[in-house]
Design a protein around this ligand. Structure first.
Ligand code: GRG
Length: 293
């Protein structure tokens, strides 16, 4: 466990440094947009998705640098958070413990900062992987498909459409598979593509991502239901959070904990089908199940 935590901290600190290395520098004209992009990218967070890109790539033999792809995924994730917090969507005041982008800057700047981070993700992939055209095309395709109307945006749309009324289990699953699991799965697949994984290995990475993604969302619901402290720094102050259908509301705390444990166990079993040193991914699945924020 200590080894796992050390490795996690190492990945996180490498990612923190890479944010400044790969994003347009502070003050670059027009400075307001670059400052807003950096403000949200530097605001911390668990860095789960870029960690997954790095960890997945290291299972395989190809040692191409996965960091630009890791930052691309975090850039796209940060865009989704900025837009999700906007007055027209969740109307949240705080994100990652700091004022949301539209509170810190203004709404127009927040819209543009989100747009710019979304676009920048693809720019990073094109810039850093164009010497491997097949890898580059797969990375762009995977991230594009994940960000699009059938996954991230589709999950968000369904979430908005369901506001104010109780959701069926099927709709709740659709939302979480697309809002939460999709980018987690995509991060692992992108790491695998960079590492040179074959199709069977890509499928296993995706399956592992699906299991930890759903477990991650169930734990999120449990934390929201059980701990005021755990919600500090998340999108508190948000209008939409109040009446949401959650796993806890549908199944109760005990059953929700059992679901998360069984998803985590499945993820751990999938690790045994992957090559290389999978201890970190095994540790990560358990760590996410037991997280407090
Ligand atoms: C494009 C507006 C728009 C939405 C797309 C991804 C998404 C849909 C919205 C983001 C908001 C949200 C609550 C998504 C569910 C996934 C989730 C739990 C995100 C928070 O991820 P963490 O906990 O955040 O990894 P940190 O801050 O640690 O990076």
């Amino acid at each position: 466990m200590i080894e796992f935590k050390e490795k996690l901290r190492t990945y996180q600190s490498e990612i923190e440094s890479a944010v400044d290395q790969y994003l347009p520098a502070e003050g670059t004209r027009p400075s307001r947009i670059h400052d807003a992009m950096l403000y949200s990218m530097r605001a911390g967070g668990k860095r789960l998705r870029p960690v997954l890109v790095l960890a997945a790539s290291e299972l395989f033999e190809n040692t191409s640098d996965a960091m630009p792809a890791a930052i691309a995924v975090e850039s796209l994730h940060t865009y989704s958070l900025i837009h999700d917090d906007l007055p027209s969507i969740d109307n949240a005041d705080l994100r990652r413990g700091s004022p949301t982008s539209h509170k810190q800057f203004d709404e127009a700047t927040a819209v543009l900062a989100g747009d710019a981070l979304l676009t920048y993700a693809f720019q990073l992939l094109a810039r850093h992987y164009s010497d491997q055209p097949e890898v580059c095309a797969k990375l762009v395709g995977e991230l594009g498909e994940t960000a699009g109307s059938e996954k991230l945006i589709g999950g968000q749309m369904e979430d908005i459409l369901g506001e104010g009324a109780p959701l069926s289990e099927d709709t709740l699953n659709f939302i979480h598979l697309n809002k939460t699991s999709a980018l987690i799965e995509c991060s692992l697949v992108m790491g695998g593509v960079i590492g040179g994984a074959n199709q069977e290995q890509i499928d296993a990475l995706r399956a592992y991502g699906r299991e930890i993604g759903i477990a991650f969302q169930i734990i999120d619901d449990i934390l929201d239901a059980t701990s005021d402290e755990a919600t500090m720094g998340k999108s508190i102050g948000s209008d939409a959070e109040l009446d949401k259908t959650t796993y806890v509301k549908l199944h109760g705390l005990e059953k929700s904990r059992e679901f998360a444990a069984s998803r985590t166990q499945k993820a751990i079993e999938i690790c045994s089908t992957l090559p290389g040193e999978t201890d970190f991914l095994v540790g990560l699945a358990s760590y996410l199940e037991n997280r407090l924020n």
